[in-house]
Ligand binder design. Structure first.
Ligand code: ANZ
Ligand code: ZN
Ligand code: ZN
Length: 855
């Protein structure tokens, strides 16, 4: 065509590419080449790609193409996270079975991927709802069951009334469902399957230190989610009875300051007391209701603290003292032991509570370097025991509790007095252990992963129940029975209970032990199981003997670059790290972590807001492609903002990119004949203009190469290409007049098109052909930087002191005033000349001169 026409170019090339199955295929693991595993998170087949996907995949695709050009064996696969609730909801709404809906969506989205020119290796496509994939979920589940990593227990679980299923803790965000921002999650007591992720808590935490290629914010989120706390368990005996209360404390060194024990409303001892006293029971129930309400709305941190004195006492094992037992609404049953010792002098929350109910406040730590006598006097004046009513908050809490543990010592703590806090924590825990009333311990916020879902469209859990031979214990099905197929004929219109429970042929199973009639488990697995290991399957997607061949996985893993949304920072990215460790311990792989580097791209927004149907600000990729082409759409997604920032989508910007490509098209077609003839020719004599143009080319190559090497400033990569093109335009007359040699013209245009190849693949392919380039453009070697040419040009600037020339400094051409001034002041001759004097003024004439006025 005469003019740039993406509507003609793009389908033409896509058809050619589609015909060549090996084009994007990775080479075998024993190819001997260095490997590069470039991976974007797989999409949920919702029906259509949104513009956020385009951004995500444009980043990954540019990287994959660049690595091909650098000579790597690249694995750049794609698949479908195809199980999940939307398929069921769509089925309920439109009467289309989930399977059909899902596969129709996959077909539509695959077309979009192709229309966008994404270079995926479809030969390793993974679709998680297919039995040849989910059978391995079941296989892993059996392995985990065997190792005690999968187990069933009754506990309080999160229930989304909208999803009609249980959710994992990680799927509850701010007390609401991760899928339903407006739906408050309820707590229900249910028996469910759990995966023992807590067994790996320490390794998941420690491993974060080594993940230097992951964004710090993701590592911090995971650290907080795991929430490791070192401390101690200490048993307080209940006076006048034989019950005991084990408290969890991170500050056992403050135990002489404990003036009450506080229980969660659901603590076993609270329940016993409640049984004995109706009035108390009602109050405890009230506290529990408050707590659950706060928990459901995620306002637990800000809960108005309430409590009730049970009238009973607990005995502090360190000094034999009796302290009152309270039940309080801010103590959680499922953290630590559900019981605490309350130390109002050194804990803010305890202080608040003590103030409210007039409990004792006792100081038991003081600054190391404070005059101990002064502290003592003050305490003695108060007989060491302060009624909270007598002191104001500042006096007690103002300084002491925030003392760094390293800088404080114990006071009024019996034989422990005088010890540093850190030392005391160790010694007191050891003492408790020796005496049999406690131990040092570690508590985590991380809980085991609840994976049972009361829904249809997921992986059946491969377990059965036999009342005859194993009434207590569920039984695993034999490996040879896998896959346990998800039935296709099913009525999912009723939403109470697991739909699989209504399919008799599914439920009725043969007992693997006694051969009698047994019942199949009817819950399905959380879909996050599917995405926990899918990227291993890509390395050997058709294996029907094992989940994947270990040699293949060991060649490709860890993933060199993983790219996806930050919304998965905790969910998918912690589950898949866990799964990797389990697979390693099963001997399947050698790596400890799935991905070496992680990149989380920013969101795409429109009119300053997240896109949503309700706001009516959704940008459709198809529209953009229709109007401006896939290349311009992709390139704009990379150009409009640094990849980690939010991007405000402006159609005018896409149009601008399209015009830019049009300009490159015009120039390339104009000079292609010259370039074709001159390839490989030598430059005889180089004009200044030619030097400058080549210098610009090599600076651009150097910059973009660096960007791909990890800086990822793709927005400025593209603007540097624009600067190069401007310079080419400015040299049109010179090229026409032969002032720039044909060999240089060829070098510049070939370089330009190779630089564009990762960002605008269709366009680059077309232009490469136009230039007479051989082979496939993104399998052509990435242009080499000529360091000599790429080097910043330097200029010399004379430096005067009080008008007299002292020296000449060299600075990069185009340096600003501040840089020139800094260079002048750092020059040894200048330093010697102005020593002992005051610089009163610095005059900089940019590009010309620096004059220092000194006195
Ligand atoms: C006495 C004490 C004195 C405490 C002191 C702190 C400071 P992290 O770091 O978050 O693990 N705690 C323990 N279990 C609790 C529960 N189920 N609900 C509410 N609070 C609980 O916090 C551990 C500290 O939080 C524990 O140490 C306990 O209070 C409280 F100067 O014990 B501490
Ligand atoms: Zn929900
Ligand atoms: Zn049986």
């Amino acid at each position: 065509p005469q003019r740039y026409s993406p509507a003609e170019i793009e389908p033409k090339w896509q058809a050619r590419w589609d015909a060549d199955a090996s084009l994007y295929a990775a080479e075998a693991h024993d190819s001997g080449k260095p490997k590069y595993y470039c991976l974007e998170m797989l999409p949920y087949p919702s029906g259509a790609l949104h513009i956020g996907h385009v951004r995500n995949y444009a980043i990954g695709d540019a990287l994959a193409r660049h690595m091909w050009m650098r000579g790597y064996n690249v694995l750049h696969p794609m698949g479908w996270d195809a199980f999940g609730l939307p398929a069921e909801n769509a089925a309920l709404k439109n009467g289309v079975p989930p399977r059909e809906w899902t596969f129709a969506n996959i077909a539509a989205m695959k077309k979009q991927f192709q229309r966008l020119g994404m270079g995926f290796d479809w030969s390793t496509e993974v679709t998680t709802c297919l039995p040849d994939y989910y059978r391995w979920n079941q296989w892993f589940f059996l392995k985990m069951f065997e190792k005690g990593l999968a187990y069933r227990k009754k506990s309080k679980v999160n229930w989304c009334p909208e999803c009609c299923t249980v959710l994992a803790n990680e799927q509850v965000i701010g007390g609401r469902c991760w899928r339903h921002e407006d739906t408050v999650v309820e707590l229900r007591d249910l028996t469910q399957w759990f995966l023992r992720i807590t067994k790996y808590a320490d390794e998941l935490l420690d491993g974060l230190e080594k993940l230097e290629g992951w964004p710090e914010k993701v590592r911090t989120m995971q650290r907080n989610w795991i929430g490791r706390s070192e401390g101690a368990h200490v048993d307080f005996a209940v006076a006048d009875g034989d019950a005991k209360i084990t408290v969890f404390t991170t500050r056992v060194d403050t135990i002489f300051g404990a003036t009450s024990v506080q229980l969660a409303p659901e603590h076993a001892v609270s329940k016993t007391f409640a049984l004995e006293d109706d009035a108390l029971r009602l109050k405890i129930e009230g506290l529990l209701a408050e707590q659950q309400k706060a928990r459901e709305t995620d306002e637990l941190g800000a809960i108005e603290k309430h409590g009730v004195n049970t009238g009973r006492f607990a005995v502090n094992p360190f000094n034999g003292e009796r302290v009152p037992i309270w039940v309080a609404n801010y103590i959680l049953a499922d953290y630590g032991t559900g019981a605490i010792m309350s130390v109002p002098a050194h804990d803010e929350r305890d202080f608040e509570f003590a103030q409210k109910y007039g409990l004792e406040v006792r100081r038991v730590i003081a600054p190391v370097d404070a005059p101990v006598d002064a502290t003592k006097q003050k305490l003695e004046r108060n007989t060491g025991i302060l009624r909270s009513a007598q002191v104001d908050a500042e006096d007690v809490v103002g300084d002491l509790p925030y003392l760094a543990e390293e800088e404080a010592v114990l006071i009024y703590s019996g034989e422990w007095t005088g010890l540093g806090c850190v030392e005391a924590q160790e010694k007191m825990a050891a003492f408790a252990k020796a005496k049999g009333f406690g131990t040092a311990t570690v508590t985590y916020r991380l809980k085991d992963w609840g994976v049972s879902r009361q829904r249809y469209w997921g992986t059946p859990i491969p377990m059965v129940y036999c009342d005859r031979c194993s009434p207590e214990e569920p039984l695993p099905v034999a490996e040879s029975e896998l896959p346990i197929l998800l039935p296709e004929q099913i009525d999912i219109t009723q939403t109470n209970g697991s739909p699989l429970g209504r399919v008799a042929e599914f439920v009725n199973a043969k007992c693997p032990k006694c051969g009698g009639v047994a019942r199949r488990e009817t819950d399905t697995m959380d879909t996050f199981v599917d995405s926990s290991w899918y990227f291993y399957r890509y390395t050997d997607a058709k294996n029907s003997r094992v989940p994947f061949d270990s040699d293949k996985a060991n060649y490709w893993f860890p993933i060199d670059q993983y790219i996806g949304g930050v919304e998965h920072a905790i969910l998918h990215l912690i589950y898949s790290r866990f799964w990797t460790k389990v697979m390693r311990d099963l001997g399947l792989i050698k790596n400890d972590e799935p991905a070496e580097r992680l990149f989380t791209q920013g969101m795409v927004i429109k009119d300053g807001a997240k896109m949503s149907k309700s706001k009516g600000n959704v940008v459709s990729p198809d529209d953009m492609i229709g109007r401006y082409g896939a290349d311009a759409t992709r390139m704009y997604a990379l150009f409009a903002a640094p990849p980690d920032r939010d991007l405000e989508w402006q159609e005018e910007g896409v149009a601008g990119i399209s015009r830019f490509l049009g300009k490159v098209y015009r120039l390339t077609t104009k000079y292609s004949t010259v370039a074709r003839m001159a390839v490989g020719g030598s430059r005889v004599e180089s004009s200044a203009k030619e030097q400058a143009l080549l210098r610009r080319l090599h600076k651009t190559i150097a910059k973009i190469t660096q960007d791909f090497d990890g800086r990822w400033h793709f927005n400025t990569s593209i603007s540097s290409i624009m600067i190069l093109v401007n310079e080419i335009t400015a040299n049109e007359a010179a090229m026409d007049a032969g002032e720039i040699s044909p060999a240089a013209v060829a070098e510049v245009f070939r370089g330009l098109i190779l630089l564009l190849a990762p960002f605008a693949p269709f366009f680059a392919a077309e232009m490469w052909e136009e230039l007479g380039g051989e082979g496939v453009v993104f399998r052509t070697a990435w242009p080499e930087v000529n360091e000599e040419l790429a080097r910043e040009e330097e200029i010399e600037i004379p430096v005067q002191v009080n008008g007299k020339l002292v020296t000449v400094v060299r600075v990069p051409a185009g340096s600003d005033e501040a840089a020139v001034k800094a260079a002048a002041l750092a020059d040894p001759k200048v330093i010697a000349r102005i020593e002992g004097k005051t610089v009163v003024k610095v005059i900089v004439v940019p590009g010309k001169l620096v004059n220092l006025v000194v006195k």
